[in-house]
Ligand binder design. Sequence first.
Ligand SMILES: [Zn+2]
Length: 294
Amino acid sequence: MTDTLYRGTALADSFRIFAVDATQTAQKARDLHDLSPVATILMGKMISAAAILSMDIKNQDSEITLRIDGNGELQGGLVICNEKGHVRGYVKNPKLFLDDADDNFHPGRSLGEGTLSVIRQSPHAQPWIGSTELITGEIAEDLAHFYLQSEQVPSAVALGILIDPDARIRACAGFMIQQLPFAAADKAQRLIQNLRNTPNLSDLMDMGLTVVEVLERFVFKEMDLNLSEFRQIEYRCNCNKEAFSRSLITLGLEELESMQEGITPICHYCNAEYHFSASDIAALIQILKEQENA
Ligand SMILES: [Zn+2]
């Protein structure tokens, strides 16, 4: 089973809709990083949000980064999604466990004050960075606030995640609805009314509904909705030894010489280990010296 990103329009092109089922992707992230419940919920919501944000990617070999920074115990995290639907990321405090059981379901409470940042990177262009303050730290409201502040696009965002006591993710999904500039006021009003009458996304998922069913049966009830599969998404890291070699070289001669015995860096997105033996390090030092003399 794979995860899917959907996109569509509704009410005669008055709204654009993005939806994602990220259950498997979130499960992979949880298992790779052995995340605590509150870290799993933050990561799952960030994965859904990053997948939705990836709809803005126009070019090949491009990616978007969603970054949350908070001054609370949970600290935040980072999730990257590229135009192929490959997702990778980490949270800064993956093992945080809170005494009050309910706090483990509300990452915003332990994120504290902070920011949501979006970084768009594509080849041959300066990265674009936008940042807004966290509103609740539950990510959905924060993402809607980001779109309103930085893009002036009124957006409704819902993100839901359900985890079983055995750390199995039952469902992780989300949607974003954006009002297009020429949307008629009465249509917007109807949609707002429907959104108000739609139960919480996690509660509906708990009843076994998919995110697409929630949109069809509740949010766009008795309205025209055209939603189609856009691409698959999956947790996949793009790290390799060459990339680690390049990063090691950028550390400089002094750092490299301190690693002369060999070193085994670990990718913090996927935990892959890359062993650099003493002779590998000697070869990197040689390359660095040649670069400096060139
Ligand atoms: Zn990796």
